[in-house]
Design a binder for this molecule. Structure first.
Ligand SMILES: Nc1ncnc2c1ncn2[C@@H]1O[C@H](COP(=O)(O)OP(=O)(O)O)[C@@H](O)[C@H]1O
Ligand SMILES: [Mg+2]
Length: 255
C-alpha cells in the first residue's frame, strides 16, 4: 500500500532522512519508533505529500501522495501540540470538520458525525466544547474526525501523548478494533513500545536512517534497540525479571 523507495529528505539544508526504503502492506498496523528529532514526523509528512523528497519517492497505492490524499482515503492525526488550543467549538463540529471537502448537505454531515462519535464512544459529549474535554476524550474526538471520511489509511502522530494510562489502553484497543473491523491500514508514531507491541504487525526504527524494519519480537533484541537509541538513551526498567519489559517506556535523555 505504501512504497518508499530510496527516500532522502533535507529541510533547510539539513539532512533529516537518509536513504529510506520500506513497504507497508494493506491491513497492517505499523509503529514508527525512535528518538526525538529522529525524523519520524518528517517521514509521515512526506508520506502525506506535505514534504517533498530531495531524492527518491513515496507511492501510495501506486499513486503520488498528493493524488492519493485528494481521494479522501487518508485520515491523519497530527502531533498533539498542533491542535491543543482552546477550541471554542463543540465535539460534533470538530468531527464534522473532517468532511469539510466532501460535498454533502450539513444534515448528512451531522448524521455521519454522530455515527462516528458513537463508534468512538463519545456520542454523549457531542455538544461539549472540545477544549473542555479530557486529553483522552479529545483524542477520541480527533480519531472520529480522522475516520469520518472512511479512510483506507490512518496516520497517527503520537496519538497517546498526554493521555492517561487507562485511556491509552482503551485507545489502543480501539485502534485494533478499527483495523480488524474495517481493515484500515494504520501507521502510527509512538513511544509506547510496550503497549503497542502486542498488536502491531511491524516496527519501523528510525533515526535519520532506517535502523530497523521488521516484526516486534525481533525488534526487542537488545542490539536493535541499542542501535536505534544509541548512547543517548536511558532505558527505564519496570520489571527486572522481564527482559523485554525493560524496553517498555523508552525515555530519551541527552548526556
Ligand atoms: N520545517 C523544518 N525545517 C527545518 N528542520 C526541521 C523542520 N521540521 C523538522 N526539522 C528538523 O528535523 C529533525 C527531525 O524532526 P521530526 O521529524 O519532527 O522528528 P521526530 O518526529 O522524530 O521527533 C529535527 O532535527 C527537526 O529539528
Ligand atoms: Mg514528531
Amino acid at each position: 500500500m505504501i512504497k518508499i523507495e530510496n527516500l532522502w529528505v533535507e529541510l533547510n539544508g539539513n539532512l533529516i532522512l537518509e536513504d529510506i526504503s520500506l513497504e507497508i502492506k494493506k491491513g497492517e498496523i505499523v509503529a514508527i519508533v525512535g528518538p526525538n528529532g529522529g525524523g519520524k514526523t518528517t517521514l509521515i509528512r512526506t508520506i502525506l505529500g506535505f514534504v517533498k523528497p530531495t531524492k527518491g519517492r513515496v507511492l501510495i497505492d501506486g499513486k503520488e501522495p498528493k493524488d492519493y490524499i485528494k481521494s479522501g482515503k487518508v485520515g491523519y492525526l497530527p502531533q498533539k501540540s498542533s491542535y491543543e488550543r482552546d477550541f471554542p467549538v463543540s465535539a460534533l463540529d470538530v468531527v464534522m470538520f473532517g468532511l469539510v471537502e466532501v460535498k454533502i448537505s450539513k444534515k448528512e454531515k451531522e448524521k455521519k458525525a454522530l455515527e462516528v462519535l458513537r463508534y468512538v464512544g463519545m456520542e454523549s459529549f457531542k455538544d461539549k466544547p472540545f477544549g473542555k474535554l479530557s486529553g483522552g476524550q479529545q483524542q477520541r474526538v480527533m480519531i472520529a474526525r480522522a475516520i469520518i471520511s472512511e479512510p483506507e489509511l490512518l496516520i497517527l502522530d503520537e496519538p497517546s501523548t498526554g493521555v492517561d494510562v487507562v485511556a491509552q489502553e482503551s485507545f489502543y484497543e480501539f485502534i485494533k478494533k478499527l483495523n480488524q473491523e474495517k481493515g484500515i491500514t494504520v501507521l502510527m508514531i509512538t513511544h509506547d513500545i510496550g503497549a503497542v507491541g502486542s498488536f502491531v504487525h511491524k516496527v519501523v526504527g528510525l533515526n535519520k536512517k532506517l535502523h530497523y524494519f521488521g516484526d516486534f519480537k525481533d525488534f526487542l533484541q537488545k542490539s536493535n534497540v541499542d542501535k536505534l537509541y544509541g548512547s543517548e538513551v536511558k532505558l527505564l526498567i519496570h520489571s527486572p525479571e522481564c527482559f523485554t519489559c525493560q524496553y517498555f517506556n523508552v525515555e530519551v535523555k541527552k548526556h
